[in-house]
Ligand binder design. Structure first.
Ligand code: PLP
Length: 362
């Protein structure tokens, strides 16, 4: 038996075991071709089949029609922070950003380098413990688009509704909760996610874009930064991260076999509730960072009343095979990332550890 830990890292993160096993089985000889996917031409029919089914599966599991195109790009979510305004923020227009955490701020700062930006809402004043309500959002007169971050990986908050922006295109960074729950994806004109949290290995970034938005993209930018270039070339403008796309395809198959987003969303809710319940019943021994109504089902952030115990907590947990629990330096404390691929047994093991730790130290 291979030794596997329960990996609570925020990203790169744990992947479904069956996906890794399948990749292992096909590593030396993919489909009788006598070579690995890594060694294959990205222009070969066999690779086109892989990327084509990854596109189809992405539309299928998100419930989107072919009004949308799926792109597999590089540069992470961070490149999307720049590509979005470069393509869709013309010189005389304004883009609206909603600031709910570090990555949302970074996205906004990149847009400020390109053009004019309006901050339509921010939760910085409560140290990003909340998500703005609809009535807190003050859009500018006629924004080119509105940008949100659906899940705030560092602070552990998550949008529970999709803001109503009227006819204005809504763009979203979904890096840390894409495919984690049922969501009306057709409300978004553009969604992007670095794969390394909920979709696959680092190196590939998924962009889902509405075709009628593509028409509006700027023509005065380098080809490599243009969504149109990649859309026309079906993500094969230059050599894409072929192996990462192949693993992503296996993960999408796994999502489908699991029963899709409604079922995964229910499981994710149960997993998160198990940990939040312990925090809530701990009499202040554990203290959640996010306000209850904004809590993320993906990244659970909390501190210990006695902050000196936090290091001991992560060290003891690691000895029990529960790794990656150290919080981000801007929140401190503990962060448990419970992405799709974290099995219920891992969450149960963490909950037993948390109870036991509290009984011993509380
Ligand atoms: C991890 C993360 C990013 C950064 O992603 P890179 O792929 O490293 O550029 C951006 N946004 C969110 C919400 C994230 O969780």
């Amino acid at each position: 038996m291979v030794h596997r830990v329960f990996n609570f890292n925020p990203g790169p993160a744990t992947l479904p075991l069956t996906v890794l096993q399948e990749a292992q089985k096909e590593l030396l000889d993919y489909s009788g071709l006598g070579m690995s996917v890594m060694e294959m031409s990205h222009r070969s029919r066999d690779f086109e089949e892989i990327i084509g089914s990854a596109e189809e599966l992405m539309l299928e599991v998100t419930g989107l029609s072919d009004d949308y195109q799926v792109l597999f790009l590089q540069g992470g979510a961070s490149l999307q922070f720049a590509m979005l305004p470069l393509n869709f923020l013309p010189p005389d227009a304004v883009a609206d950003y909603i600031i709910t955490g570090s990555f949302a701020s970074k996205a906004c700062q990149e847009a400020e380098r390109v053009g004019k930006v309006h901050i339509a809402a921010s939760t910085k004043n409560d140290n990003f413990r909340s998500i703005p309500e609809q009535h807190d959002i003050k859009l500018s007169d006629s924004p080119a688009y509105v940008h949100i971050t659906t899940n705030n990986t560092i602070y552990g908050t998550q949008w529970k509704y999709i803001p109503d922006c009227g006819e204005v295109p809504l763009a979203a960074d979904m890096s840390s909760d894409i495919l984690s729950r049922e969501l009306d994806m057709s409300r978004f004109s553009l969604a992007y996610a670095g794969a390394q949290k909920n979709l696959g290995p680092a190196g590939v970034t998924v962009v889902i874009i509405k075709k009628n938005l593509l028409e509006r993209a700027s023509k005065n930018i380098p080809a490599i930064l243009s969504y149109k270039t990649h859309a026309e070339a079906r993500s094969l403008y230059n050599t894409p991260p072929t192996f990462a796309i192949y693993i992503l395809k296996l993960v999408l198959n796994w999502v489908k076999e699991k029963g899709g987003l409604k079922i995964l969303g229910d499981i994710n809710k149960k997993k998160a509730a198990l940990i939040y319940d312990i925090i809530d019943k701990s009499d202040g021994f554990y203290r959640g960072h996010a306000f209850k109504e904004a809590r993320s089902d993906m990244n659970i952030t909390f501190r210990l009343a006695d902050e000196n115990l936090e290091k001991i907590f992560t060290e003891e947990a690691a000895r029990e095979g529960l790794i990656g629990l150290k919080g981000h330096r801007s929140v401190g404390g503990i962060r448990a990332s419970l992405y799709n691929a974290m099995p219920m047994e891992g969450v149960e093991a963490l909950s037993r550890f948390m109870k036991d730790f509290m009984n011993r130290k509380g």
